[in-house]
Design a protein around this ligand. Structure first.
Ligand SMILES: C[S@@+](CC[C@H](N)C(=O)[O-])C[C@H]1O[C@@H](n2cnc3c(N)ncnc32)[C@H](O)[C@@H]1O
Length: 288
């Protein structure tokens, strides 16, 4: 008897499967209700403890986005926008127009739903797409950012190449990333991968070469280890004093969140991984 094998899952299919919760909108609504938030009209600040899906929370988002020098009316691309916390923060605090793309359909749907409820849908939109094949014309964004996404991407040349292509000349690209440290690899599971199969970390010294090859200039790479450890110490002290908060990224990450987040922090402490920020610019045409 011939038994047809199911088709092998693509790399992007595995990433989407990793991030898909299954009933995320319901889980978020239940958590907001439990926290006493008006679920029909939450504010961006109400959602903030839960909708920044990276170490460092909204504090790290504010630090990264300040490096973009955002100004009202600018059109900014969020590559790997998750459930939209960073995009809503950028629109509400700086008045930017933000377009987010993410591979995970469920995250895009939740991002749209939360954005409508915060009343920011005139300025912030989301669509399902891959960072490796951005559905936009060349040179159409004033700036772009990506927070904790590249760890899921093996083809970094395509990732940085696409970010550079869609930026206007002179536009800034900033990213929060995690590099493999001298004592790597990470302890698994981590938030971005349960096993090494979905984890694609570059070494620190490879990143600037990849950015330069993609066309970026004025490249700066800033080690965030101290800031990240400080954030986690403060978070731990707060939990010890006040108990577990109802609203946190754990609502999105799911039941094994403590183990995955704990491994991530331990990996930073033991130099298995290095959190960093990248800042670079697409050259102006006259500088090329
Ligand atoms: C750790 S979450 C960060 C989400 C968001 N940037 C934030 O900080 O709140 C990583 C996100 O990257 C997205 N992602 C991973 N690979 C991607 C790809 N190739 N294209 C677009 N999004 C991708 C995942 O779907 C997930 O939403």
């Amino acid at each position: 008897m011939y038994i047809k094998k199911p088709p092998a899952m693509s790399t992007e299919g595995k990433i989407t499967e990793h991030w898909t919760h299954g009933s995320l909108a319901e889980a978020i609504m239940a958590a907001l209700e439990k926290a006493g938030v008006d679920t029909a009209r939450p504010s961006v600040r109400d959602l903030e403890p839960m909708d920044h899906l990276h170490g460092g929370g909204a504090e790290a988002t504010r630090g990264l986005l300040a490096r973009l020098s955002p100004r009202s009316g600018r059109h900014i691309l969020d590559i790997g926008s998750g459930i939209g916390g960073p995009a809503r923060l950028l629109a509400s605090e700086y008045g930017c127009r933000v377009t987010g793309i993410d591979l995970t359909r469920e995250f895009c749907d939740v991002a749209v739903m939360l954005t409508e409820r915060t009343g920011l849908d005139d300025r912030v939109s989301f669509r399902q797409a891959s960072a490796l094949d951005l559905p936009f014309d060349d040179a159409c964004f004033d700036g772009a950012y990506s927070q904790n996404v590249s760890m899921n991407i093996s083809d970094k040349a395509a990732f940085y190449g696409e970010a550079c292509r869609v930026l206007k000349p002179g536009g800034l690209f900033v990213a929060a990333e995690i590099a493999e440290g001298p004592e790597g690899p990470p302890f698994f599971p981590v938030p971005w991968a349960l096993t090494p199969e979905n984890s694609h970390l570059s070494k620190l010294d490879e990143i600037s070469d990849l950015l330069a090859a993609a066309g970026f200039r004025d490249i700066e790479i800033i080690d965030q280890t101290a800031a990240m450890m400080d954030f986690h110490q403060r978070a731990r002290a707060r939990i010890a004093a006040e108990g577990e908060p109802v609203l946190s990224p754990k609502v999105v990450i799911g039941e094994d969140a403590d183990e995955r987040l704990g491994n991530s922090v331990r990996g930073v402490g033991e130099k298995r991984v290095i959190p960093l920020e990248v800042v670079c610019r697409k050259p102006n045409t006259k500088d090329q």
